[in-house]
Write a protein that binds this ligand. Structure first.
Ligand SMILES: Nc1ncnc2c1ncn2[C@@H]1O[C@H](COP(=O)(O)OP(=O)(O)OP(=O)(O)O)[C@@H](O)[C@H]1O
Length: 390
């Protein structure tokens, strides 16, 4: 199955390109026609992070003629363990620019378009329109549903991947696929999980090399679609477990209940992204790290509870905090350990988990409990920059 606009290759390969791509050209299934299709192709990669990094490197090396890079973020030191398109000297640089520079080094024949924006409902259709194929390497549900819906509205195929700790998933979604067998992300995941239920890699971690395993499968699928060879993961979900070293594919079926996608919506609201945090802040239940510091210095009687996991507590902690992981608060198991006669102040890594735990405490009657906006990362930034961050 090939993408329609690429079936008639136009531009010829130059002498330099023939030399560069010779190991592709001698595979009969790829050949000159396949390589020309790659050269004609315009592929957009959303997110130049864990998955986007290896994906962009291999798409560029393979000779995809035009690559678009969407990312609004800058390179952080904690990215370098897996985001191999960026290097030490790129720390602090916009990820899209750093990716462009690495691509130029790997394959100067590739044209790179930068989209240094937060992909949202206002800009997604305009950005996607110019591309034949999209790769979604993002890490949050709001963007995943957005990418899906924009691709459905424009009739474009996309390759989706996700990673967590030692496990990864890949599939190809193309609602309008020839033959009427198309599916979209909502057939697999009709609803986003409740906020906080599925930890991100920033919360739960990820084996760096898993990004290469999953990112390279995403590129394999992209190349298959662009050149029209093989059997794409359309209607199938691939699940990879690095610890067992197993790959399984699971059939996905069209969800008859899946609503027809007619427009882009507010994906943050759909995924509940801002609700708990914003509600707590609006209700005056958030204190800043400096306010926490003042409470400590003033000798206020309160209990500072860190709701992260024990291994995170090992890395860095706010002095005076006790560890009670979020799940023990959400399940109610920890309530008996909490004092009734003093205020409880919660914190986590960046504020999301503590906002969730705070809502549970308020429901359970700990009405004067508050949480620290921005968590230990904000504490390290604003109160004690000597602390390590992760
Ligand atoms: N809506 C969006 N628009 C543009 N870029 C996005 C959007 N959502 C996510 N991204 C980008 O997708 C990438 C996701 O990759 P990944 O999660 O590996 O990186 P990270 O966010 O730097 O990692 P971590 O969260 O562990 O610090 C990030 O670079 C992020 O900036």
């Amino acid at each position: 199955m090939a993408l329609p606009p690429l079936v008639e290759p136009a531009a010829e390969l130059t002498k330099e390109e023939v030399a560069r791509y010779s190991r592709h050209l001698i595979i009969p299934d790829v050949g000159v026609d396949g390589q020309k299709r790659l050269k004609n192709a315009k592929v957009l990669v959303v997110g130049a992070g864990g998955l986007g990094s290896p994906a962009l490197l291999y798409l560029a090396a393979a000779g995809v003629g035009t690559l678009g890079v969407v990312d609004f973020d800058t390179v952080d030191e904690s990215n370098l363990q897996r985001q191999v398109i960026h290097g030490q000297s790129d720390v602090g640089k916009p990820k899209a620019e750093s990716a462009r520079d690495s691509i130029a080094e790997i394959n100067p024949f590739v044209k790179v378009n930068l989209h240094q924006v937060h992909l949202n409902s206002e800009n997604a259709l305009d950005i996607f329109r110019d591309y034949d194929l999209i790769l979604d390497g993002t890490d949050n549900f709001a963007t995943r549903y957005l990418v899906n819906d924009a691709a459905v509205l424009l009739g474009k195929p996309y390759v989706w991947g996700s990673i967590f700790r030692f496990e990864g998933q890949v599939s190809v979604f193309w609602d309008d696929a020839p033959g009427g067998q198309g599916l979209n992300y909502r057939d697999l995941y009709p609803e986003p999980p409740p906020p906080g239920m599925v930890p991100s890699c920033a919360e739960g971690g990820v084996l760096g090399v898993l990004c290469a395993s999953i990112g390279s499968i995403m590129v394999t699928e992209a190349i298959k679609l662009l050149t029209g060879i093989g059997d794409p993961l359309l209607g199938r979900l691939m699940v990879y477990d690095a610890l067992d070293m197993t790959y399984r594919t699971i059939k996905i079926r069209k969800d008859p209940e899946s609503p027809k996608i007619t427009e882009l919506i507010d994906y943050d609201a759909f995924c509940g992204v801002v609700s708990t945090d914003a509600q707590e802040a609006a209700a005056g239940n958030t204190i800043t790290p400096l306010e926490l510091r003042h409470k400590q210095e003033a000798g206020d009687d309160f209990l500072l509870v860190d709701v992260r996991e024990p291994h995170e507590y090992e890395i860095v902690r706010i002095p005076g905090s006790v560890l009670i992981p979020k799940d023990r608060i959400l399940s109610g198991e920890a309530f008996a350990e909490l004092p009734q006669d003093k205020q409880i102040v919660l914190h986590c890594k960046s504020g999301a988990r503590s906002a969730e735990a705070l809502a549970a405490l308020h429901k359970a009657g700990f009405s004067d409990a508050v949480h620290v906006g921005g968590g230990v990362l904000a504490w390290a930034r604003e109160v004690d920059p000597s602390l390590p961050t992760y």
